[in-house]
Write a protein that binds this ligand. Structure first.
Ligand SMILES: [Zn+2]
Length: 277
């Protein structure tokens, strides 16, 4: 999966009051693109020393650490338009072999969006301030503290008689199938969310719901919780037609186009294909 970047190490510890050094990595975004150094097909994260455009007046926010190198976000993109640099659309994370750049690039983007959407207190409207001791924002007037928003969601591989149910979302390209997924709603357990989403989207009752693994998905701020569940062969598949256009049972060796294993959906489908589910 995209978050598995060994031998590189991603450390999300928040380091208070740290100031960027010349060799620290700089994350600068323009819309949904990340500034990278490039030479031919090679890409690298820029370091502070590479960007003389950064001055004492530039606001830099500590993000996280990649290997041993602190990473900083430039709050407002600077005009950088010269050879050797490129703003690369974040979709590159799906195909690049530089997984450590892809993973930190999308995780930094999650924080950039969070900071940008929380300039003002949602309770009293005052301007929010960064807390000095943790990754959080605090209102100077009413003291409300907010943390990065992470939305829990379930994703489930539904099995029956050695087949897996794959569904085509109404927004997917033709012949592209994936697993049933959805956000957990208020007042329900994770297992109840699995049962509800499956019932709503493909009309099946499932049993033996088992947790497999999870994946943070920074682009939507989601925490994907991966499950496997069993359905009864006698039940008809009835798609909701709002989110799901089509859903069918597939056997090993005969799977349609599906997400690659950068995502937990791709990994669960791959596990089924290998007989591990
Ligand atoms: Zn407030």
């Amino acid at each position: 999966m995209i978050n598995e970047i060994a031998p590189h190490r991603f450390d999300n510890s928040y380091i208070p009051d740290t100031t960027p050094g010349d060799h620290d990595f700089i994350f600068m975004y323009r819309d949904k693109s990340l500034l990278l150094k490039n030479s031919g097909d090679e890409i690298e994260l820029p370091r502070k020393k590479d960007l003389p455009e950064i001055t004492a007046a530039t606001e830099l926010l500590f993000l996280f650490t990649l290997d041993t190198i602190p990473c900083f976000l430039v709050s407002d993109a600077l005009p950088i338009d010269r050879d050797g640099f490129i703003f690369k659309e974040l979709g590159f994370f799906r195909t690049t072999r530089r997984r450590e750049i892809a993973w930190t690039g999308i995780t930094g983007f999650q924080l950039k969006i969070w900071y940008g959407q929380n300039r003002y207190c949602g309770s009293c409207g005052a301007g929010m301030k960064r807390k000095s001791d943790e990754r959080a924002l605090q209102c100077p007037d009413c003291s409300m503290v907010i943390y990065p928003k992470i939305s829990p969601a379930i994703i489930v591989a539904i099995l029956c008689n050695d087949k897996i149910l794959l569904a085509r979302n109404v927004n997917f390209p033709a012949r592209w199938y994936s697993l049933i997924a959805g956000y957990i709603d208020i007042g329900e357990s994770v297992e109840e969310a699995v049962a509800r989403e499956v019932k709503e989207e493909v009309g099946l009752n499932v049993r033996n719901i088992r947790y497999i693994k999870s994946q943070s998905w920074p682009l939507s701020g989601s925490m994907m919780l991966g499950f496997v569940a069993e359905a009864d062969a006698t039940q008809p598949v009835v798609v909701d037609e709002k989110e799901i256009a089509e859903a069918k049972w597939f056997s090993r060796g005969n799977l349609p186009e599906h997400p690659p294993n950068v995502s937990i959906s791709g990994e669960l489908i791959e596990k089924f294909e290998k007989g591990e589910l």
